[in-house]
Write a protein that binds this ligand. Structure first.
Ligand code: GLC
Length: 435
């Protein structure tokens, strides 16, 4: 087996990283799908461990596993409609049940119900034009070495071979795969114990463009803050449940009250695209694969909003630390050349004028992003005054109206907290600039 040093591996992966990450950065928004035997319980994807099921008891549920025909199409159609550009499926969660026709793992959906859900998922992603991410748990509650690997070197070798065999199947049998999304490198604590560098190096040779996340005890291509949209100073993707409670299916009637609204989802997306990150938003389908009904309307609304406001979200967006707000009730994002600023009016003031402070130069044009309709404006010092605005909220889809400001040069913005005591401001790259 081929071995590689950490330094060499880091060098090789760093060399191609920006090029490999390009589509991902431009995509901004993906859908996570947590599906497996756990979906039956309606009490979260950790139920096997949390409810102390023995392997034999839990295997009963594999016998009852029966996804309805076409469920992966339903997930991907919704992802597409929501404006997501990629989808990530839990091909094997911690419970150890593989959702594909695996040779390495006989405990799989093909052997129990004659379905290769990874194949179906991959086909659906291609049908709906989504990039493909495959989630693969490192921890395994079903495999006999899944825990023994901690103290028994032979078990460790068998188990890391097993993890490699599973992922080799995923990366060789289904055509081009875009993301390998590892999760939970437990119970061992170091990448050396997991042999992550050598394994990932070999896996990358199977899919040279693959992106790998940071959950095999290596930083790899991108970070994965979980359940909080916490920007990092490298490539990052925030993964979020739909309800702040569970990744796996929860009783829809009760989960609905905790589910995100379109406004909350768009706010998360705003934080992502103004801080250099992505949003991976989860759905947890029911036992038969049906999309949880409470997720449908919010996601469709987000999709309709993105249809007319997508320019503020998709594509290369610089990290502007969310700074260009003008007014605290707004969010912002900017174009790659920083000459266009998008103001996300989460609250519309319902007044004919709007005053935005801190601008160090005048825009050449101001307009509504959704309609292209121009907005009258004038400058007064660092203040940009928008005039003759509608007193009703212009955006009828989600109540978040985006105003597009176009500048001849890179937009410059003044430190709000120092105003009006200094003539210094910052540009969108965060450099100090003088008025
Ligand atoms: C955690 C959980 C897991 C979930 C994952 C998603 O690691 O263990 O259940 O799939 O987060 O990010």
């Amino acid at each position: 087996m081929e071995h590689i040093t950490a330094a060499e591996y880091n060098r090789i992966t760093a060399e191609t990283r920006d090029a490999r990450m390009k589509w991902f950065k431009e995509a901004r928004f993906g859908m996570f799908v947590h599906y497996g035997l756990f979906s039956h319980f309606g009490s979260g994807e950790w139920c096997m461990a949390q409810q102390n099921y023995t392997i034999e008891e839990y295997e009963q549920y594999a016998r009852a596993f029966s996804p309805k025909p076409g469920c992966t199409d339903e997930w991907c159609a919704l992802a597409k409609k929501a404006g997501a550009k990629y989808a990530v499926l839990t091909t094997r969660h911690h419970e150890g049940f593989s959702l594909w026709k695996s040779d390495a793992n006989p405990y799989n959906s093909w052997n129990y119900c004659g379905r290769d859900l990874v194949q179906e998922f991959v086909d659906s992603c291609r049908k709906y034009g989504l990039r493909i991410g495959l989630y693969s748990s490192v921890m395994d509650w079903h495999h006999p070495d899944g825990w023994r690997c901690v103290y028994d070197p032979d078990a460790r070798r068998r188990f890391t071979d097993y993890i490699e065999a599973l992922n080799t199947e995923l990366l060789t049998r289904y055509g081009k795969i875009d993301i390998l999304w590892y999760d939970m490198p437990h119970p061992m604590r170091h990448s050396e114990s997991w042999d992550s560098i050598n394994r990932n190096h070999r896996l990358r040779q199977l899919q040279p463009d693959i992106l790998i996340n940071n959950r095999s005890k290596l930083p790899e291509d991108f970070s994965t803050p979980e359940e909080s949209v916490d920007p990092e100073d490298r490539y990052w993707e925030a993964c979020m449940t739909f309800n702040g409670i569970s990744w796996g299916y929860l009783d829809s009637e009760q989960a609905a009250a905790y589910s995100y609204t379109p406004q909350q989802i768009l706010r998360m997306m705003n934080t992502c695209c103004s801080n250099g990150g992505n949003l991976l938003l989860n759905i947890g389908p029911m036992a038969d694969g049906t999309v949880p009904p409470e997720a449908i309307a919010p996601l469709e609304t987000v999709g309709r909003w993105l249809e007319v406001n997508g320019e503020a979200v998709y594509g290369m967006k610089p990290n502007i630390n969310g700074s260009f707000n003008g007014c605290t009730v707004n969010g912002s994002s900017a174009s790659e050349d920083r000459k266009t600023v998008y103001l996300w009016n989460r609250i519309w003031l319902k007044k004919p004028t709007m005053q935005l402070g801190g601008f160090m130069s005048a825009p050449k044009s101001v307009s509504f992003l959704a309609t292209g309709e121009p907005i009258d404006f004038e400058m007064d010092g660092h203040r940009l005054i928008l005039k003759n605005l509608p007193t009703e909220i212009p955006d009828k889809i989600a109540g978040i109206t985006v105003i597009k400001l176009e500048f001849d040069e890179e937009a410059k913005y003044k430190f709000m907290s120092y105003y009006p005591h200094t003539n210094y401001g910052i540009n969108l790259a965060g450099d100090l600039v003088q008025n």
